[in-house]
Design a protein around this ligand. Structure first.
Ligand code: TRP
Length: 447
């Protein structure tokens, strides 16, 4: 890699960051976790995790990435030379590989559903038929593999095109469109007959359902949704100019992501109850419920096509941020050509992705620690690797970097003004609150 590329504009950075954060995590993973974890109480814990834990990690990754202008490995090497810190880069790379492997499978499902929508396959289907359709979609052998490869291929092409031309251009149009569509769906969902139970489920907490696992799921989901803990933010931040206000960027990213998640919840849950689908249906929840809502909307078939296309774009803008972690690492640390780095990553990811996909069908009997391969990848990355990666970032900024360096980065070298109290409060969260709480939640629920 020659001279390092960078983002062209502040707006471009925001679009890329929000594009990374908003994805299947908000529209697929969040609703089904809310469903399996009993609703409102989970959402409250989730929001607390975003604010108190995920946001400090996002600041930390921003600080490390922008200050070092380097990949996950090189960043720690630059900021802590003559130490073993750089080895933590492996955790980030491993985590990114794990996530993108199963993420691409789900990304493939969105393409499949786009095709189904465009060929009117779910017009006037019943809830049972839609359940069956989802089961068929994911348990088949060949077609999910093909769609997964298409999804990965497109991800790779965009990463190859580089940050500016690929990522910025599409996100600018598709993300607002997706948001509008989700709001339309939400309005229809809450106006369905018998939707009230769903609204109660979302907003009336039942704290008796909370266990240590609820906390771990909420924490993992907060990290997954905000893309923190595996170096995506760190790597993107390394392309951000010294002038940008990284506190504002983090806050904007977190706010857009959280709004998407909440609106997605409101779009899905009332309909789930109205149609008599079980909220704890699991990963199929969104794919079964949404087509049903579209059937109840004027121009539903047309909106469905638009929606699955926008969802696919949202997924792509997230998957490129994972691939970029791996590619930047291979690129810079092994002096490989960008093209070579991409091909090598793809071979590995596609191989793992094949197992994730098949574990929904022909390989569903293969269990590791009681989980299918897909679930193992999903749970181990969100609930263990992301918290670990996040912990490392906050500990590094809080305990290894000098406070002056931290303040310099937060204020963009004095360009951005914050009161000393504000700078101090962020620091307190990074240094004490986040590490202690993350470690407590993970250790308590694992043992
Ligand atoms: N946040 C994205 C989503 O909600 C997924 C994602 C992108 C991600 N980059 C990440 C998750 C890095 C964890 C780590 O769909």
């Amino acid at each position: 890699m020659g001279k390092r590329e960078g983002f062209a504009s502040s707006f471009g950075v925001l679009v890329a960051m929000a594009g990374s954060a908003v994805g299947l995590g908000n529209l697929w993973r969040f609703p089904y976790l809310v469903g399996t974890n009993g609703g409102a109480a989970f959402i409250i814990i989730y929001l607390a995790c975003v604010l108190v834990l995920a946001l400090p990690i996002m600041y930390s990754e921003f600080i490390i990435g922008r200050r070092s202008q380097s990949n996950v490995f090189g960043a720690y090497k630059k900021l802590a030379p003559d130490s073993k810190w750089c080895n933590v880069g492996f955790i980030y790379v491993l985590c990114s590989i794990t996530i993108i492997s199963f993420y691409s499978v789900v990304g493939g499902w969105t393409i499949d559903y786009f095709v189904k929508a465009a060929t009117f396959q779910f017009s006037s289907a019943s809830a049972d038929q839609l359940s069956g359709m989802f089961a068929n979609t994911v348990t088949s052998t060949a077609s999910p593999l093909v769609y997964m490869l298409v999804f990965l291929g497109i991800t790779a092409l965009i990463v190859l095109a580089g940050v500016k031309n690929g990522i910025e251009k599409y996100s600018k149009i598709m993300m607002p469109l997706l948001f509008i569509l989700v709001i339309v769906i939400a309005i229809r969902s809450v106006t369905l007959e018998n939707s009230y139970a769903g609204i109660e489920f979302l907003f009336k907490p039942d704290f008796s359902k909370i266990t240590a696992q609820t906390f771990l799921d909420a924490l993992g989901q907060a990290f997954f949704s905000l893309s923190v803990g595996s170096g995506s933010i760190l790597t993107y931040a390394s392309y951000v100019s010294r002038k940008e206000n990284i506190v504002k960027l983090s806050a904007q990213t977190a706010i857009s992501d959280t709004m998407f998640a909440i609106v997605a919840g409101v779009a899905i849950m009332p309909a789930v109850f109205a149609f008599g689908i079980s909220p704890s249906e699991g990963p199929g929840l969104v794919f079964v419920t949404l087509p049903y809502i579209f059937n109840q909307l004027p121009f539903g078939s047309f909106l469905a096509v638009l929606f699955f296309f926008a969802l696919f774009i949202a997924a792509i803008t997230s998957s490129i941020s994972m691939l970029e972690v791996i590619v930047a690492y291979l690129d810079e640390e092994f002096k490989l050509k960008r093209r070579t780095s991409i091909v090598l990553s793809l071979i590995l990811i596609a191989t793992l992705g094949v197992f994730c996909s098949l574990s929904q069908g022909v390989m569903s009997d293969v269990k590791i620690l009681g989980n299918s391969i897909f679930d193992l990848f999903d749970k181990s990355s969100a609930n263990i690797m992301l918290p670990l990666g996040g912990l490392i970032a906050v500990i590094f900024v809080g305990w290894r970097m000098k406070k002056a360096e931290y303040a310099d980065e937060i204020t963009s070298g004095g360009l951005v003004k914050f009161s000393r109290t504000t700078v101090g409060i962020f620091y307190f969260f990074i240094k004490y609150i986040a590490p202690v709480v993350i470690a407590t939640i993970v250790i308590r629920s694992l043992f």
